[in-house]
Design a protein around this ligand. Structure first.
Ligand code: CP
Length: 310
């Protein structure tokens, strides 16, 4: 029997099963082969129309979804809040329902409010893919991160992943924690205590305030930027001070007795959480993550559309 996702929407990693993650990663492997062929396009979503609704800025996720949709032959419409009638006071549901009235099957949405995708899924008929909601979840980022680790290190079970930086405001951190724990990896978060949520240990992760200890412990360090746009108070004295305490340098990596993988979801603030030397080094798989994002998003869209057929 053909394997299927257990969910009709991808709202977050919290809502999906280990088997769903496995299926998405295995399907993405096949799509990675497809996009490396001279003819990169398949007709899988020829009859599907997808609206990309970006109420918040994006470079990687937006381009990656658009490319994934084109590679699958879907029809797409792109919507950006800055140039839409949202500016005239229209509600989220009205905006989306007006777009759906034009016969859209699937909505990929990024929104600054946590829970916006869950809310929408309860009010509209189309399938929803969360492309990042506030400081809540960014499920396709966690899936492409997992794919990239698996590609380099094999099975995720037992691997040690340190997520370093602004954990408090990061949707990437939360989705990665849910995913890595479901797949049997060990997770550590590291950063200033003011940027580590109090509840985090209840998710089964270790907490470490010293970046050198975190680096010594892990197989993979996933570096996060400081999300100044979500910070309404000062969590540390200055960016310079943060960089002195938590900025990842080549010297730190050279002092380890092993070679760890370095990841970053982007956008990178070079010279703040990571030096250019590290970001561009052989240990960095940052551009692999971006490349893998297209295959992973193709897998998500394809598998959701297959459910929509039923
Ligand atoms: N990683 C990520 O979500 O990047 P964008 O904000 O550019 O989409």
């Amino acid at each position: 029997m053909t394997k299927r996702l257990s969910v009709n929407h991808l709202l977050g990693i919290k809502q999906i099963q280990k088997e769903d993650i496995q299926l998405i990663l295995d399907t993405a492997e096949q799509f990675k082969d497809v996009i490396n062929r001279p003819i990169k396009k398949v007709p899988s979503l020829r009859d599907i129309t997808i609206a990309n609704l970006f109420f918040e800025n994006s470079t990687r996720t937006r381009v990656s979804f658009e490319l994934a949709e084109k590679r699958l032959s879907a029809d797409t419409v792109n919507f950006s809040a800055s140039s839409s009638s949202v500016k005239k006071g229209e509600t989220l549901i009205d905006t989306v329902n007006n777009i759906l009235a034009m016969k859209v099957d699937m909505v990929v949405m990024r929104h600054s409010s946590a829970g916006a995708c869950v809310f929408l899924s309860k009010h509209i008929k189309a399938q929803i893919v969360n492309a990042g909601d506030g400081a809540h979840e960014h499920p396709t980022q966690a899936l492409l991160d997992a794919f990239s680790i698996r590609e380099r290190l094999g099975d995720l079970a037992g691997k040690k992943v340190a997520i370093i930086g602004d954990i408090l405001h990061s949707r990437v951190a939360l989705s990665n924690i849910f995913l890595l724990k479901k797949m049997g990896a060990e997770v550590m978060v590291c950063g200033p205590s003011t940027l580590i949520p109090r509840y985090i240990e209840s998710l089964g992760v270790k907490v470490e305030l010293d970046i050198r200890k975190a680096l010594n412990w892990c197989d993979v360090a996933n570096m996060l930027r400081i999300q100044l746009e979500r910070q309404d108070i000062r969590y540390f004295p200055s960016l310079r001070e943060y960089t002195m305490q938590y900025g990842l340098t080549m010297d730190m990596l050279k002092n380890l007795d092993k070679e760890i993988l370095i990841m970053h979801p982007g956008p990178i603030n070079r010279g703040v959480e990571i030096t250019s030397e590290v970001a561009d080094s052989g240990q960095s798989i940052i551009l692999d993550q971006v490349e893998n994002g297209v295959a992973v998003r193709m897998a998500v869209l394809y598998l959701l559309a297959s459910r929509g057929d039923s």
